[in-house]
Design a protein around this ligand. Structure first.
Ligand code: ATP
Ligand code: MG
Length: 180
């Protein structure tokens, strides 16, 4: 499944709206130090539901909102949208493009969107479960992530294989059923 487009507004160093189009199945982000490469990766994880501020190299969630510069006012909210090519219907939504979005205001209010409609975070998590796409999936490889996978505990590695093999969807459903 291909990522088609990433749209960022007010997220970290991206004060203005930027659009990144992906045309191939493997994409790499390159550029000089400090230009915002890792921020792009952070935005991808964030829109897919990342809750850990440490993973995104911040201290509090508000740190993902553009903080302003000597010449620019800070942003009131951060917004990231990601569009997938869903012509193969790998995501269980009946549209050729599926767009997921997340917005965070300075007061902590958080909003999630699928195809521009407000949804709960859980709907985004359910949509991507077992697709290999997700905040902690192996689709995005950052500096150090390979080391982490190679050196992690067997139990942690098993989770990665379970996600790849597509069984974590059933585990989550069983856990949900056992709660009820
Ligand atoms: P490197 O090659 O060193 O890994 P990089 O391209 O990955 O660099 P990033 O870490 O993505 O760079 O970007 C760092 C820049 O983003 C810094 O200049 C930092 O000040 C800026 N930045 C991070 N968070 C915010 C924010 N909330 N508001 C404004 N700027 C921010
Ligand atoms: Mg970096």
């Amino acid at each position: 499944m291909l990522l088609k487009e990433l749209e960022i507004l007010g997220f970290k160093s991206f004060a203005d709206k930027i659009k990144v189009s992906f045309s191939t199945s493997v994409s790499a982000v390159v550029g000089p130090n400090g230009c915002g490469k890792s921020n792009i990766l952070d935005s991808l994880k964030w829109v897919l539901g990342e809750k850990s501020v440490k993973t995104m190299r911040g201290e509090k969630m508000e740190d993902v909102i553009f903080a302003g510069t000597s010449t620019r006012k800070p942003a009131n909210f951060a917004q990231v949208s990601l569009t997938f090519d869903n012509r193969l219907r790998l995501l269980k939504i009946d549209t050729d493009d599926v767009k997921v979005g997340r917005r965070l205001y300075r007061d902590g209010q958080s909003q999630y969107f699928i195809n521009d409609s407000r949804v709960a975070l859980k709907e985004i998590e359910d949509l991507f479960r077992d697709t290999g796409i997700g905040k902690s999936s192996y689709s995005f490889m950052e500096q150090g992530r390979m080391d982490q996978i190679l050196s992690s505990k067997p139990e942690d590695r098993r989770l990665i294989f379970e996600e790849a093999a597509g069984v974590s969807r059933f585990k989550a459903q069983r856990e949900e059923a056992e709660k009820n």
